[in-house]
Design a protein. Structure first.
Length: 424
């Protein structure tokens, strides 16, 4: 959530950056500024009334002790009674205005960083770098969903029977490969200084609001109505909320956490060949890395997190590219996002496997996540997170790119985890 003071003091810049993000409701900016002024006036009226009420009330016993005429004392009592009656009216007016201001504030997305390119569609994202060569596949190469059936790794139809489309069942070496990838990603995160946490898969509304999924992504989240809880779309939500309403010490930064969870997304409106197999699921596994940092270092940290994810892809032997997302393709809460995509040789297309984002103070303002700086003053921290990595499309490209006449070759770094070198 943007800070009102920043919006008020930087109106033109806010409008300009929101336009880069293709935000359509620019009139909200002036509405917020005007509402903030009304809130300030309402606060002043309330404070003045309370102060005057308290002063008048203190004068009643004084006047009585001084032997003031009864009519003079009665006038003071009547004024005190009037001010007492006004106080709840002013408090209610302030409450309504503050609630209206909050409702409008949460509709504004984060401002994109100055380096974010303009654009509306994924095709306008900026390619930052490419790494690796496209593998040469045998003439009879298969897409991953056919490989999964051939080697009895994943049963999509059985998942439909149990739950519905987008909830696959992993079997045999397919299940072991999933487990191996999770363990490998967590071990690499630990080597990079991330402390592992195990997390709830359900969060409350305050947690969803704190990281920006609510109200923006409410329609994409699975909701458990009886308990007013949401299935997490990513481990980012519970990890970052560990620090909601927390004031950290300067020497505690950076805070680095990682966690594995299942993730749940409704993905409403997703149809067509591009979502076949593992390309888009309603439930999938992911290892997430999250940092809480000093604002002075957050963009250096973003590059470090991007490098960490790229290192995983290199170690797995997957050709990949890094994209800087354009304004129109960015997430609601992000100030700058890098997407990592791997090349799917059998499908002949790029598949997104990770997003690494800097949210600056957008999440921490919602979370009231602060730290005490060198001067002893509290200020908002910066939050960042990244997928390191999401499994479905990693598995898809591993299966497709490593298929041979003999079978599917397991990357060397995974063999200590899988305990096998081939799927055959």
């Amino acid at each position: 959530m943007l800070q009102v003071s920043y919006i008020r003091d930087n109106r033109e810049q806010v409008l300009e950056r929101l336009a880069v993000k293709n935000f359509k409701q620019l009139e909200l900016v002036d509405e917020i500024i005007q509402l903030h002024e009304k809130v300030s006036q309402a606060k002043l009226s309330l404070e003045t009334t309370v102060s005057e009420k308290n002063y008048i009330a203190s004068q009643i016993p004084i006047k009585k002790r001084e032997g003031a005429p009864k009519h003079e004392v009665d006038e003071i009592i009547q004024l005190s009674t009037k001010l007492k009656a006004l106080e709840p009216e002013y408090r209610e007016e302030l409450r309504v205005l503050e609630e209206e201001l909050q409702q409008k504030l949460v509709l504004l997305p984060n401002l994109p960083h100055s380096s974010v390119p303009k654009g509306l569609t994924p095709e306008e994202n900026e390619v930052v770098l490419e790494n690796g060569d496209e593998p040469e596949l045998p003439a009879n190469a298969l897409p991953h969903w056919e490989l999964a059936a051939k080697y009895n790794l994943i049963d999509f139809e059985l998942g439909v029977k149990i739950t519905g489309a987008g909830f696959p069942v992993y079997k045999g070496k397919g299940a072991k490969l999933q487990r191996a990838l999770i363990a490998y990603f967590l071990d690499e995160a630990e080597k990079a200084g991330y402390a592992e946490v195990m997390l709830p898969l359900l969060v409350n509304e305050a947690s969803g609001f704190g990281t920006g999924q609510l109200p923006d992504k409410e329609g994409q989240m699975y909701f458990v109505g009886l308990d007013n809880l949401y299935l997490i779309p990513t481990a980012e939500v519970p990890i970052t909320n560990l620090y909601r309403d927390v004031i950290l010490k300067a020497d505690e930064l950076p805070v680095k956490n990682c966690g594995y969870t299942a993730c749940f997304r409704r993905e409403a409106g997703s149809y067509g060949a591009h979502v076949r197999g593992l390309n888009r699921l309603h439930q999938f596994d992911k290892v997430e890395i999250v940092q809480v940092v000093n604002p002075d270092t957050s963009y250096d940290v973003l590059e470090d997190m991007s490098a960490h994810v790229q290192g995983l892809l290199k170690n797995l032997g997957l050709p990949y590219r890094v994209l800087r997302l354009c304004g129109g393709d960015m997430g609601f809460a992000s100030a700058l996002t890098y997407d990592m995509e791997t090349w799917s040789a059998a499908q002949q297309r790029w598949l997104e496997v990770s997003s690494v984002s800097n949210f600056e103070t957008f999440q921490s303002n919602r979370l009231k996540l602060r730290f005490r700086n060198a001067e002893g003053k509290t200020q908002l921290a910066h939050t960042l997170n990244g997928s390191a990595l999401a499994l479905p499309r990693i598995v898809a490209t591993l299966l497709e790119n490593n298929q041979t006449e003999r079978g599917i070759k397991i990357p060397e770094v995974l063999v200590p985890y899988t305990k096998f070198e081939w799927i055959d």
